[in-house]
Design a protein around this ligand. Structure first.
Ligand code: HEM
Length: 497
């Protein structure tokens, strides 16, 4: 009896919400997505498959709508004009505090997340921007290049010991090598490299870190606790006379700024963890998707192979060590087809990811007209809707290796836009380029499934439930590359073992 009454109450409240939302449409606000259960709104459908839910809403409500997710009302903008207006933010009414706050609290377990948001914006971001500028990168990438070269050579040695080739589990190979090399370049040799599994656990279950549901979140909270302790221990061991031993100037300076505040040790470690996550999580996924898409398209892979061989031969004297020793700025203009693949993977592989909060009443001019935004509203720029728009990108769901080679002016929003454009974009592009070039130079690869059969045309669906920014591959379906060494000369003597 009571249950029936409760269900009716929810249904009626849902109807009331939809009536309210329709009346607000006429006032120039975006229409609110109807939902049976108020407060919860579309949270369940969104949590299950956010891309699908957003697409359904767009089909029913147009390119600007409001969705309710567990009590939060979010205005979603899906068209080019509206997204561009959010990024340009001419009225200076939007900020990114909410996103930074949520990540610091969830990923770093930071207690004083409000303070951290301001420290990040005012003091840390300018340091990161300078350190990861084109010129700044010349100081960081040599250590990355050397470490990634060593990881790939270590794999090449294993492959060489198997005359018929070896199946390499693709995801851990890409992710762990990049985690190690990026950490080494940024944090130096004292970094606790054995933290990869805990990092991966926290990234995979970020939603559980946000929700902190006692039983469900238990394991990921333990992983987070271990990670934070490892970072505190790293700082204690490495901190001496105002700098972190062996770390890049960027990380040393960031820690120095944090130590200069009245934050406690665990909040400093938590902030550092959010920085590690921002640097690593998306960066390691892009080369994975590039390899998967290319190996799924043998003609495109052959073109990339040709470019890699030609560039290394003509511009680096056929010497991989020379390629790896080349400064970032000198490498930028080389391998244009690989660069195009990186942009295409960013286009196809990224979810909606730009959230803003309005700190004043304002409006967004979208293709549907003016969308009124009130102080405190949350706004989402649906980047993936733009990337999948057939008016902008021909055949948008297909990975076209040369899409950005043929049309150099074509844009992607994989790194966002406007004043909050990704500060690590040059590093992320470089990591993907070097990793892909090295794989093509060292190995003959083909994509296979767990039983060794060709996996061409049989790609695993992405795991939209656990993805926040760049899509995570589905963990249930494992892909392998069957690799052979590409000739003794290339495959052996990169570094002395
Ligand atoms: C493939 C890898 C990466 C992708 C796809 C990516 C994507 C993005 C996107 C879409 C934004 C804008 C978010 C918004 O507008 O709200 C952003 C911001 C940012 N990214 Fe990245 N990123 C990547 C790698 C990196 C790396 C390696 C770093 C290095 C620390 C980094 C640091 C940042 C920072 C600091 C911001 C905030 C900028 C601001 O608010 O002014 N990212 N990133």
């Amino acid at each position: 009896m009571y249950e029936v009454a409760a269900i009716w109450f929810i249904v009626l409240a849902g109807i009331a919400l939809s009536v309210r939302s329709r009346s607000s449409d006429s006032e120039g606000c975006a229409p609110t997505v109807w939902s049976l259960i108020p407060w919860v709104g579309g949270a369940l459908q969104y949590g299950k498959d956010s891309i699908r839910y957003l697409n359904q809403c767009r089909t029913h409500y147009g390119s600007a709508f409001k969705m309710v997710l567990a009590g939060r009302v979010i205005t979603v903008i899906c068209d080019t004009k509206g997204i561009d207006n959010i990024f340009r933010d001419r009225s200076k009414a939007f900020n990114t505090h909410l996103a930074h706050h949520q990540i610091a609290e969830a990923m770093g377990n930071v207690k004083r997340a409000n303070d951290i948001v301001h420290i990040i914006n005012d003091r840390l971001l300018p340091l990161v921007t300078r350190a990861l500028s084109r010129e700044g990168l010349d100081k960081i990438v040599p250590a990355f290049n050397e470490d990634i070269g060593r990881s790939i050579e270590a794999m090449a040695r294993q492959v060489r010991n198997s005359p018929n080739g070896k199946a390499i589990s693709l995801l851990p190979f890409v992710s762990e090598s990049i985690y190690h090399a990026v950490s080494k370049a940024a944090f130096g040799p004292l970094f606790p490299f054995d933290t990869y599994d805990d990092f991966e656990a926290c990234d995979a279950d970020l939603v559980l870190l946000i929700s902190r549901i006692p039983i469900l979140s238990r394991n990921v909270l333990k992983a987070q606790g271990r990670y934070l302790h490892a970072l505190m221990d790293y700082m204690r061991r490495g901190w001496s006379e105002g700098h972190l031993e062996g770390a890049s100037a960027m990380i040393s300076d960031l820690v120095s700024v944090l130590k200069d505040t009245d934050l406690d040790e665990s909040d400093i470690a938590g902030t550092l963890f959010t920085i590690v996550w921002g640097m690593q999580a998306n960066t390691m996924r892009i080369p994975y998707w590039i390899l998967v898409f290319l190996l799924n398209d043998p003609a495109a892979a052959a073109r990339v192979q040709e470019e890699v061989d030609r560039e290394i031969r003509d511009n680096f004297g056929g010497d991989i060590k020379r390629f790896l020793a080349t400064p970032y700025t000198a490498l930028e203009s080389h391998f244009p087809l690989v660069d195009s693949c990186v942009k295409e993977a960013l286009r196809i592989g990224i979810l909606q990811s730009a959230l803003r909060q309005a700190h004043a009443d304002t409006e967004i001019i979208s293709e549907t007209g003016r969308v009124r935004i009130r102080k405190g509203d949350i706004i989402m720029a649906n980047i993936s809707a733009f990337h999948m728009d057939p008016e902008v990108f021909e055949d948008p769901r297909t990975f076209r290796a040369d899409r950005y080679l043929n049309d150099k002016k074509k844009i992607h929003l994989g790194f966002g836009g406007g004043s909050h454009l990704c500060k690590g974009r040059f590093l992320a592009m470089h990591v993907a380029k070097v990793f892909v070039v090295m794989c093509f130079k060292m190995f003959d690869m083909k994509l296979v499934d767990a039983s060794g059969k060709s996996a061409i045309g049989n790609l695993p669906p992405p795991d939209t439930r656990r993805s926040i920014s760049v899509l995570r591959p589905s963990s249930e379906v494992e892909l392998f590359v069957h690799a052979r060494i590409r000739g003794e000369k290339d495959g052996s003597l990169l570094f002395s073992s």
